[in-house]
Design a protein around this ligand. Structure first.
Ligand SMILES: Cc1ncc(COP(=O)(O)O)c(C=O)c1O
Length: 390
């Protein structure tokens, strides 16, 4: 089956639910058993006995797990109440006191903070590495490096990592590769075909797709499943049934939405490149982007999230004149919904070591599903306001 079909059919079992097309919202804490034998089987291994207790899973959660696993190319999946919770669960599952973690400096900021605070407290050391290091990561590997964590393209600056090269080194040295695959979604990057061992989605973004629910997913290689499943259970991870339902509903239209996010994102990126106020557009699917060759080799598409960097000299007042007057771009921290967003930041937000004279203002754009010409006209007017106010 092609992905577009998988997104529609995976995890749906209408005839197990009176013919109802969408798996209903099962609300459950207590789940009762028909017989003593069934009750005992569940007590022996509650995670193996599919539906034993609300926290361990319901037909609603199983439906989404099945769909995400199939799309990412894994046999199994587990859910968490947010993308960040999925990340922390995966890290805690595979790291122990005394271990070393190599974490891309391009990771989502709260991921970095978790590693440098909570993991540190439990005796796990983190080294941040340059996302573009490639096979030279070998020099940073230690005998106790257990996990190499990747996120590609990187948060904020959209640098593309050479994941197969990183994975080759990690595997040679007995470490596993963990990836935040949220930008590409399960459709545009197939993590397990490129050497990733554990893959995470902030389903809050494209899978939910409507900016109205928080959720995370974790998939992994078959031989790691037992470890992941156990940690997930022991940490008490479970997502709320309504949020899971919204993610199931979202995943059915993921392929058609992403195609438009991609198209609109590229149209906006190409337009932004023509504006004289702009130094560079950070979008790996633009032919002159430094990440283009790797993106083209490994990815199946580009989502609607990218950024651009202003030339020096843009003031806060000018930026406000541009942003405050936008009609179709909301200013918000998340992304992946149907609507367009524009979020200002400075390079130092993602790379604190950036010298002050290189710390340009940037805007992160999420291209939504609106008409691209209307989005371009809105941005064009915004650039004109910025110029007038400068
Ligand atoms: C790349 C990436 N990963 C993970 C997350 C975390 O997801 P959540 O907000 O659902 O915890 C985000 C949120 O912005 C993100 O951008």
């Amino acid at each position: 089956m092609k992905d577009q079909t998988v997104a529609v059919v995976a995890g749906r079992h209408p005839h197990a639910h009176y013919g109802v097309v969408n798996t209903p919202v099962y609300r459950a804490s207590t789940i009762v058993f028909k017989t003593f034998a069934e009750f005992e089987a569940a007590a022996d291994d509650p995670a193996e006995f599919r539906f034993a207790y609300g926290r361990l899973g319901t037909p609603t959660s199983a439906s989404l797990e099945e769909a995400v696993a199939q799309l990412e190319g894994a046999a199994h999946c587990r859910l968490a109440p947010s993308g960040l919770a999925a990340i922390t669960t995966a890290l805690m599952a595979f790291l122990s006191a005394g271990d070393h973690l190599l974490l891309t400096a391009g990771a989502y900021q709260p991921t970095i903070r978790f590693c440098e605070s909570i993991l540190k407290k439990f005796g796990i050391e983190t080294t941040l590495y340059d996302p573009l290091v490639g096979a030279d990561i070998a020099a940073l590997m230690r005998p106790n490096t257990r996990v190499v964590y990747v996120e590609s393209p990187s948060s904020g600056l959209f640098e593309v990592q050479d994941i197969p090269a990183l994975a080759r080194v990690a595997h040679e040295r007995g470490a596993i590769v963990m990836m935040d695959n949220t930008w590409a979604s399960p459709l545009f990057f197939k993590p397990f075909e490129h050497g990733v061992d554990v893959s995470i989605q902030a389903a809050t973004k494209y899978i939910v797709g409507h900016s109205d629910a928080m959720l995370g997913t974790i998939t992994c290689r078959e031989d790691l499943w037992h470890t992941l499943k156990r940690a997930h259970r022991e940490l008490g991870m479970m997502a709320g049934p309504d949020d899971i339902y919204l993610a199931i509903r979202g995943i059915r239209t993921l392929a058609v939405r992403l195609a438009v996010h991609q198209e609109n994102g590229l149209a906006l990126a190409r337009f932004i490149k023509t504006r004289p106020e702009v130094e560079r557009v950070l979008h790996p699917a633009l032919e002159d982007d430094p990440g283009y060759a790797l993106w083209k080799r490994d990815f199946l598409g580009a989502s609607g999230l990218f950024a651009f960097k202003f030339k020096p000299g843009v003031t806060k007042e000018a930026l406000a004149a541009m942003l405050d007057g936008l009609k179709f771009f909301g200013m918000g921290y998340s992304w992946g919904g149907f609507e367009s967003l524009a979020a200002p930041f400075r390079v130092s937000r993602y790379r604190p070591e950036t010298p002050q004279n290189e710390d340009a203002w940037c805007i992160r754009i999420h291209a939504g599903l609106e008409d691209p010409q209307e989005l371009i006209a809105d941005l064009d007017a915004g650039f004109d306001r910025l110029r007038t106010a400068s």
